[in-house]
Design a protein. Structure first.
Length: 458
């Protein structure tokens, strides 16, 4: 589509000259003799760019610019003037002008400035489109009463700067809630930075959160910004906050209270403006009683609590989610759209989903890959959906069901947890013997046991 450029100037000779040059470059032009005419033209057909003279009768360029930006904030405007001053250029910029060029016009400069302005317009449009795609990809699917309440709470809290604590079982979508809080907030144009507190060794978590200075420890060959630094002005998502050490908790508490911190090995105090959203699958009140979590940090984080319901608590949403994932994976894999027949959908709806939405997502991805026809029936579902031998209730069924999903990328975490539990059971819950059997460092196994919340039996 040809870009349309509006030329606004009270001199007919300049209008026709600019129109001729720009049309030779492949642009479509429309012209206006003053600000009133320009505003009327923009209401009928919004151009891709405006070239606007400052000194005009009836309504000058600065007033026209002001009204254009009020009515069309995304419209780029290039100001032109034969009596340009620094003061006028600064005022134009403050009112939202993209650039300022002086008369007599350098035709080469006009063409280059127009090209750059239109490129900027296209970039803005692409960013808006990408933002829309991101928002859609993080859309919270569900119309059940529980999900409606959660969405209402998010819409109410997101525009504020209040800290949020999200609780819920693994796989319920706590990160999705955190992203929704960010994208509906005033910080949406700033970074959303996430960190899984359970996935990073204790000796590295402080460096990840706060950054470090060069030479702070062996291997610190250069300065590194931490997550708080990177999230400045935006949102920091602390996932699995319940697995953070007490020492690190104390430093996070200080940042929440004072909005200041020092990098590891540094002495300079840095100030940040970060909204913290935390999530956990643990009962933090119990962790506080056991001395594993700071009570003062809990109350700092728990300003607004969100409880994400388990999938079994919102069964009416299962068909919606299944259809959503089905269409998404069919499109991603370039396959014809498949249909889940009613009795298969009912089997999905009746199932308890211990892995929650993550498990449903993995099952649907597997069905898209492994079903050759366009219809998914009960016979395509894993055995445990039909109550057949080898299902979740059968001996060893817990691991068997996860193995059904082990070829899927997002099932690895669930598989690893169940695999570790089975191996611990086989070795009477002896961590050293289990680590040796699965060829894993004992310290690494301990860390995985802690991160997955596995209860070591005595």
């Amino acid at each position: 589509m040809t870009d349309t450029i509006l030329i606004v100037d009270d001199e007919e000779g300049i209008r026709s000259s600019l129109a001729g040059i720009l049309e030779d470059e492949g642009y479509r032009t429309v012209c206006a003799a003053d600000g009133f005419e320009a505003l009327a033209l923009c209401k009928r057909e919004l151009p891709g760019l405006v070239l606007l003279d400052i000194w005009m009768p009836r309504m000058d360029g600065l007033e026209t610019l002001k009204q254009l930006k009020e009515q069309h904030p995304e419209l780029n405007v290039i100001m032109m003037s034969g009596h340009g001053t620094i003061e006028t250029a600064v005022k134009s910029t403050k009112l939202g002008a993209y650039d300022f060029i002086e008369k007599p016009l350098s035709l080469e400069k006009v063409v280059v400035t127009v090209e750059n302005a239109l490129a900027m317009t296209r970039l803005k449009e692409e960013n808006a489109s990408l933002r829309g795609m991101v928002l859609k990809s993080h859309e919270m699917i569900g119309s059940s009463a529980a999900m409606q309440r959660l969405k209402e709470q998010i819409e109410m809290v997101a525009p504020t700067n209040a800290s949020v604590l999200i609780t819920g079982e693994n796989g319920t979508g706590k990160e999705l809630v955190a992203r929704s809080v960010h994208y509906l907030s005033q910080r949406r144009d700033k970074p959303f930075i996430e960190i899984n507190c359970a996935a990073i060794p204790e000796e590295l978590i402080e460096s990840e959160l706060f950054g470090h200075e060069r030479g702070a420890f062996t291997g610190a060959v250069s300065q590194k910004k931490g997550k708080f630094d990177l999230a400045d002005g935006g949102t920091l998502f602390l996932d699995e906050i319940g697995d953070m050490s007490l020492k690190t908790q104390a430093k996070v508490l200080r940042i929440l209270q004072e909005k200041k911190f020092e990098r590891v090995g540094g002495t300079r105090t840095l100030e940040v403006d970060v909204r913290v959203v935390a999530a956990t699958n643990k009962h933090l009140e119990e962790e506080i009683r056991n001395g594993a979590f700071r009570e003062d940090l809990y109350y700092r984080l728990n300003v607004v609590p969100f409880k994400v319901p388990a999938l079994r608590e919102r069964r009416d949403d299962i068909p919606l989610l299944a259809e959503y994932f089905l269409n998404a994976y069919c499109n991603r894999e370039g396959r014809e759209l498949k249909r889940i027949v009613p009795d298969a959908m009912e089997a999905l709806r009746r199932y308890d989903w211990p892995g929650n939405v993550r498990e449903l997502k993995n099952i649907v991805e597997r069905l898209v890959i492994m079903t050759s026809g366009g219809t998914i029936t009960v016979n395509h579902l894993p055995d445990y959906f039909r109550g057949e031998p080898g299902g979740r209730e059968a001996g060893g069924g817990r691991l068997d069901s996860v193995l059904e999903l082990s070829s899927l990328r997002e099932a690895r975490e669930e598989f690893e947890k169940e695999f570790i539990i089975q191996k611990l059971e086989e070795h009477d819950w002896n961590v050293s013997r289990t680590a040796e059997a699965i060829e894993l460092e004992r310290s690494n196994l301990h860390r995985k046991i802690k991160s997955y919340g596995i209860d070591i039996k005595k």
